[in-house]
Structure formats: structure tokens, C-alpha cells
Design a protein around this ligand. Structure first.
Ligand SMILES: [Mn+2]
Length: 301
């Protein structure tokens, strides 16, 4: 497919986790010449600016200690306005590009994508993000996004956009996984989500894994890529809130994007968890732009 027009939204959400700084991710990616680079590839790019996100400091509502999910009302509201803004401005024949912000924002972006029909979601991440308020050791919502999208989580978040689950587990694949919490491990095992761990990539090679993802999504016309920069090896992407050693190399990440792009099915993308405060000379935002260009079809020759 690869649409001719790219519609960009920034979602400076930092309420879904506890390392401050990911709210500056959209600025860092724009500073890394996102729009110019996309236009150089021959696309038209429209930047819709940022969704409004309240600051943690201005929160007046007392924390709700009855549920283990920090900033639940605020995260719900941002996901809802993200859903609405995307639904209003993003045309069917455009590629949707959503820049974060922490990974909780995907609850809003993927709700908007899924509202247009069945979609395969490739979750590129060090973590499975399948905790619920009942299982989460931290209470941080960015570790609950996938469970929420599958319909298991805080009710207000599950119902962002429209009531109920947004994804079917058989339409979700994960790549880059190397850190899963205790009880979360049981949830992942029991779910029908397909998980390709770093060990699988080591043994089989990323090209084989990429093909398996495409085979899994063979019955679907559209693929959404949710790219958490912590999937990459921290030496190449140091500017993330939760770095985990042993991640995707620069070339593995690129090749994954290139193979997906060649399928002609990629429809939209989240790029999340870039933390410029922890970064080194905007290196992580620059890698994010490289991944976006590869997914849009940039080739070596
Ligand atoms: Mn994540």
C-alpha cells in the first residue's frame, strides 16, 4: 500500500511511567528532521502538532489508591483525545505516524486504527506490556497497553474510543522481547499473542522472524507497527526510560522494518519511549527517524 501522504501526530505523554522526559520525544524526533526526511523520500507530510497532555505537577485530583494504575484518569483522557484527533484528521488513504511519549498512548492510537477494521499489530519492544492493575509490580500504565487493547485492564482505558477490546490476540505479534514480569509471564503464556523473543531472533535470524510475522498476518490487509525504542540495544538507543541489555542491533531493527515495508501492508506506526534527557546528542531520536524511513520504504539502493 504505502500511502502517498503521511499524517503526523505528536503525543507528549509521560504519565504512563515514572522516568520524566519522554514528553520531549516528539520535539526530539521533529528536531531530527522527521518531516524533511520524509519529504525527501517523495511523500507529502502533514504535521498536526501535539495532543494536549497535562503536566504531572498540575494534577489536582487526589490519587485513586483503589486501583494500581498511576494517573489513570489523566492517561485515559489523553488516550481519548488522541483517539478523537486521529479519527478527525487522518484520512483513510494516508499513513498515520504517531510520535510519543510513553507506550500508554498506543491505547488511543490503536483504538483509532482498529476502528477502521481488523489490523495486525506488530509490537516491537523489550517488554510484552501485558500487565494489568492486578499484576503490575509498578502500577505504570505503559506496561499495560497490550493487555488493555485485548480488553483486560482498567475499564475506562479498555473503553477508550469505543467500548471493549480493540484487538484479537491472534492478530498481535511481538518482536524483541527480553523482559517479562513475574505474573505477566503467565498472562502472556495463556494469551494467544505470538511472542518472538530475543533468543528466537538469535537462533533463527530476524529475516525468518519477520517472515513469520507476515505469515501470521497473511489474512489481514493492514499492519500497524508499534515501535518502542527500548527494543533496540541500549548502546545504539540509550535515550529510553527502561533500557534492557541484549536488544535488536541497528541492522536487525532496520531489516525488520524493510521486510515489513516490502509487504505493502503497513498502514500506521507508533514510535514511543524516546527520552531526550537520558539520550546522547539526540542519537535515539535519529534512530527513530531511520526506522520510520525504512518502514516507509527507504532502501539502500
Ligand atoms: Mn513498550
Amino acid at each position: 500500500m504505502i500511502q502517498k501522504t503521511i499524517r503526523i501526530f505528536g503525543i507528549p505523554m509521560d504519565l504512563g511511567q515514572n522516568r520524566r522526559g519522554v514528553d520531549m520525544g516528539p520535539s526530539a524526533v521533529r528536531y531530527a528532521q522527521l518531516k524533511e526526511r520524509i519529504q525527501q523520500l517523495g511523500f507529502t507530510a502533514h504535521d498536526e502538532g501535539n495532543i494536549t497532555v497535562s503536566q504531572a505537577e498540575e494534577t489536582v485530583t487526589a490519587a485513586d489508591s483503589s486501583i494500581n494504575a498511576h494517573f489513570l484518569p489523566q492517561v485515559t483522557q489523553v488516550c481519548q483525545s488522541t483517539y478523537e484527533a486521529i479519527t478527525d484528521c487522518w484520512q483513510d488513504d494516508e499513513f498515520g505516524l504517531f510520535i510519543g511519549g510513553d507506550h500508554s498512548l498506543s491505547i488511543g492510537t490503536i483504538a483509532a486504527v482498529a476502528a477502521r477494521g481488523d489490523v495486525g499489530v506488530l509490537w516491537v519492544d523489550a517488554h510484552t506490556d501485558m500487565n494489568t492493575p492486578q499484576t503490575s509490580p509498578s502500577g505504570n500504565i505503559h506496561g499495560m497497553s497490550v493487555a488493555t487493547l485485548l480488553g483486560d485492564g482498567a475499564e475506562s482505558l479498555v473503553d477508550v474510543g469505543y467500548a471493549g477490546a480493540k484487538l484479537k490476540p491472534e492478530n498481535v505479534a511481538m518482536v524483541g522481547i527480553r523482559s517479562v514480569d513475574g505474573i505477566e509471564r503467565d498472562t502472556v503464556r495463556k494469551s494467544r499473542v505470538t511472542v518472538h523473543t530475543m533468543s528466537d531472533i538469535d537462533v533463527q535470524g530476524i529475516h525468518v522472524i519477520a517472515q513469520k510475522v507476515l505469515d501470521q498476518f497473511a489474512h489481514l490487509d493492514r499492519i500497524h507497527v508499534s515501535f518502542d525504542l527500548d527494543s533496540c540495544e541500549p548502546r545504539i538507543a540509550p535515550g529510553v526510560g527502561t533500557p534492557v541489555m541484549g536488544g535488536l542491533t541497528y541492522r536487525e531493527a532496520h531489516l525488520l522494518m524493510e521486510i515489513l515495508s516490502a509487504s505493502g501492508k503497513v498502514y500506521s506506526m507508533d514510535v514511543v519511549e524516546i527520552n531526550p534527557i537520558l539520550d546522547s546528542r539526540n542519537q535515539t531520536a535519529k534512530i527513530a527517524v531511520e526506522m520510520i524511513l525504512s518502514l516507509l520504504g527507504k532502501q539502500i539502493l
